[in-house]
Design a protein around this ligand. Structure first.
Ligand code: ATP
Length: 277
């Protein structure tokens, strides 16, 4: 596995607190894959993301981008933030201007791109994200799902190699969630490495190639979805629920399942049932 981002023994406490938000966190993000980070509230997912984009600096430990240690020099950090994009959980934290067009172009202007390129990238990304008709609508008139898409568009416009998404499906209805997952698939097809923090283990199981499980500021499990969710007792001891599809699969008589890989999504489960009836 070739890591795009590596973290070694990261320790961090927020200013004015003695509690360690990260305590000896070690992990690797595989290049070109879709990684899901799971863990209870407060396990350190957002704090890790803020380290990944260099907003927080570790108290001890190290981060490496493509094998090179992080530098916190202004120029190097600006370059890092073009390579790694973070979409915050709450779009209100990310969107600062008045309309989708203004917001997306603001990020590009900050990256000091020439005006004609700012214009063409902004128009193109809004079009791709199905937001062109809302380009000049005040942001406060948009729904949460639409605002989340604008934040994602703003980050994608910078053409990152690694995209970090903090709870991208939180509070979305099923349709918007499907739309977002389809969008992420398209982004992944373009060669962008994806990392999603999520509380939705059904989604993590169906979506990810690689899973990391966080607990109290450390990464306690890593592997493919099959490997991680094979450890049922460990998952439950961490206060997490097994993905429903896998739970049902494992409740089936062992003889039916012999030699079969557990289904990753409802469609393949249905196809398997059909082939056995
Ligand atoms: N701004 C802050 N100031 C002080 N402590 C903080 C701050 N933000 C987070 N923490 C603490 O750091 C720890 C890790 O929090 P973090 O937000 O990274 O967890 P998380 O896994 O992203 O949680 P959630 O699933 O609720 O988003 C928690 O103990 C939290 O209370």
């Amino acid at each position: 596995m070739k890591p795009i981002l590596e973290v070694q023994d990261l320790t961090y406490a927020y200013p004015g607190t003695s509690h360690l938000a990260l305590q000896g966190m070690t992990l690797r993000i595989p290049a070109g894959k879709k990684t899901a980070i799971c863990g209870q509230n407060g396990s350190g997912k957002s704090t890790f993301f803020l380290h990944a984009i260099g907003i927080h600096r570790p108290k001890s430990g190290a981060l490496h981008w493509k094998g090179a240690p992080y530098s916190y020099q202004h120029k190097e950090l600006a370059k890092l933030r073009q390579n790694i994009g973070l979409v915050f959980q709450d779009p209100e934290q990310q969107l600062i201007l008045h309309t989708p067009y203004e917001d997306v172009s603001y990020g590009l202007r900050n990256a000091k791109l020439p005006e004609p390129e700012i214009r063409s990238r902004t128009e193109s990304i809004l079009e791709q994200m199905g937001l062109a008709h809302l380009a000049h609508t005040p942001l406060h008139h948009l729904s949460l799902g639409q605002k989340k898409r604008v934040s994602l568009a703003g980050v994608l416009a910078l053409q990152p190699e690694l995209l970090l998404l903090d709870e991208p499906t939180a509070f979305l209805d099923r349709r918007s969630e499907h739309q977002l997952v389809d969008e992420l698939e398209r982004i992944h097809q373009q060669g962008i490495t994806l990392v999603m923090a999520t509380h939705d283990l059904n989604l993590a199981y169906a979506w990810a190639d690689w899973i990391l499980v966080f607990d109290r500021g450390t990464c306690v499990m890593e592997g493919t979805p099959e490997e991680v969710f094979h450890e049922v007792e460990k998952i439950e001891a961490l206060g997490l629920e097994m993905p429903m599809l896998l739970d049902i699969w494992q409740a089936l008589p062992a003889a039916w399942r012999a030699g079969q890989r557990p289904p990753r999504d409802v469609a393949s489960f249905k196809a398997w049932i059909k082939s056995h009836s």
